[in-house]
Write a protein that binds this ligand. Structure first.
Ligand code: BEZ
Length: 208
């Protein structure tokens, strides 16, 4: 059995689990929920990943894999290869570019979350938070403009990452209303979010 250090609210952890469900590998992964933050590394995560970051996958032989991109490629290869990372060059670059944009939105959103709930009030810097949010808004606008990449029938790593980024915005930043002015992205997500892999991995807080 593989083991996955993750957190039920982590969009990167969700990306790995959605990929595992889509590939039929979820039953081979034991999920171990960890509470971590940049200032409170979890010793069991650090033992497997010196960066102390989630998600970290530990293979059956004990060797760890990070980060979510590497883990998703590993799972895809383990399932036979080429199912979530298209082999046809142009499709592949488009999927990987979308994944990079979505991962960047997740990173900016998680940093914005830390800034609002973790950083002591006296050390907060509103302009920094605002710029993380603008990064997300610009990227959403760009994806809305290039909505031809949002094939409603397709499932690949770029679309999975995008869905997890949008799911995280709904979970932590619902009041920002990302759907406003982005009808094509909203329509695509309305459909993708009903996939069993998405429903099985809905974000939630970790209850101690
Ligand atoms: C969150 O609570 O929003 C969160 C938890 C773990 C990783 C990323 C985000």
């Amino acid at each position: 059995m593989m083991r996955l250090h993750t957190h039920p609210a982590s969009p990167f952890g969700r990306k790995v689990l959605v990929a595992a469900h889509e590939l039929g590998l979820a039953a081979e992964i034991k999920v171990e929920h960890r509470k971590v933050s940049p200032v409170e590394p979890h010793p069991e995560v650090v033992a497997d990943n010196p960066l102390g970051k989630l998600p970290t996958l530990v293979r059956e032989d004990g060797t760890p894999l990070v980060d979510s991109r590497v883990i998703c490629e590993y799972l895809d290869a383990r399932a036979g290869g080429g199912r979530l990372h298209p082999e046809e060059p142009e499709l592949r670059w488009r999927a990987l570019m979308l994944q990079a944009l979505a991962d960047g939105m997740m990173e900016a959103s998680v940093l914005a979350r830390y800034e609002t709930v973790l950083r002591p009030e006296a050390l907060r810097w509103p302009a920094w938070l605002e710029h993380q949010k603008r990064k997300v808004a610009r990227t959403l606008d760009r994806i809305e403009q290039q909505a031809q990449d949002l094939d409603p029938e397709a499932v690949h790593i770029g679309l999975i990452a995008l869905a997890c980024a949008l799911g995280y915005l709904d979970f932590r930043f619902a009041e920002d209303g990302w759907r406003q002015g982005r009808p094509r992205l909203a329509a695509w997500f309305e459909r993708f979010r009903t996939r069993p892999a998405m429903q099985a991995t809905l974000p939630r807080d970790l209850v101690a």
